[in-house]
Ligand binder design. Structure first.
Ligand SMILES: [Zn+2]
Length: 245
């Protein structure tokens, strides 16, 4: 974007530029949470974020409200905004919801026999990316690709509403894993994804379903209470992005 004054960039009444800044802030925070650069429980100070993104505190407040609506930020009265930190009970609920939704998605996906060749090709291409990320020990990519595998299955199942719902559940379960996992590891084990794809490719819907339930159970089993919240410097995470918006 051409260099313009801060006021003009930000907009005063939420015009197109204001909307652009809003989307940019929301996406930056969502990405930083997904990549675990912002761990659960991190305080999101309005003033600092306003400096970082080069916008008003009012604009930051609006973005934080939007983030709270998708469940990744928690607004605490008189205390401010924090990266959501699911309790063990909330985490169990998220995984229960995932089992219900993903069972339905796989049922829809595998109910009509073996998957079409192009769908299998997309899934195998995704597995190759997961393997490459693991080989390169690229943790951020591994976490993203773990969630994307499940979203790809939702996409192939062809129900946009369920896919949107699952997107929110995957974000929340990733937060739960970040908050409560016993040891640091990617959200999913890639070889378990591979087994699910092979079952789907062979038209073995029941087996694919069984493997998926085992897979979600294995991910959930890694959760354990872990109350520590590390100190995070918001400037170190985002740099000064104000000029780029
Ligand atoms: Zn998985």
């Amino acid at each position: 974007m051409a260099a313009t004054g801060r006021k003009a960039r930000e907009g005063t009444t939420g015009g197109p530029r204001g909307a652009q800044a809003h989307d940019r802030i929301v996406q930056s925070v969502v990405d930083a949470i997904a990549d675990r650069r912002l761990p659960p429980g991190t305080k999101l100070t309005e003033e600092r974020l306003a400096q970082i993104f080069g916008v008003s505190r009012a604009r930051i407040r609006t973005a934080l409200s939007a983030l709270a609506q998708i469940g990744v930020v928690e607004l605490r009265p008189n205390r401010g905004a924090f990266v959501a930190r699911p309790s063990a009970r909330e985490a169990r609920e998220v995984f229960e919801a995932r089992r219900i939704v993903e069972r339905g998605l796989l049922d829809r996906l595998a109910g009509a026999g073996p998957l079409p060749a192009d769908a299998v090709a997309r899934l195998r291409a995704h597995l190759a990316k997961e393997k490459a990320a693991a080989a390169a020990d690229d943790r951020v990519a591994m976490i993203r690709l773990s969630g994307d595998f499940h979203l790809l299955l939702a996409d192939l199942a062809g129900n946009g509403t369920l896919a949107t719902f699952l997107d929110s559940l995957v974000r929340q379960s990733s937060l739960a894993i970040a908050a409560l996992e016993v040891r640091q590891s990617p959200d999913c084990a890639a070889h378990e994804h591979q087994a699910i794809v092979e079952a789907l490719a062979a038209g073995e819907g029941e087996r694919a379903m069984h493997l998926m339930m085992e897979h979600l159970g294995a991910v959930e089993d890694r959760l354990a209470p872990d109350p520590g919240v590390p100190e995070v410097d918001l400037f170190a995470v985002f740099g000064r992005l104000g000029e780029a918006i």
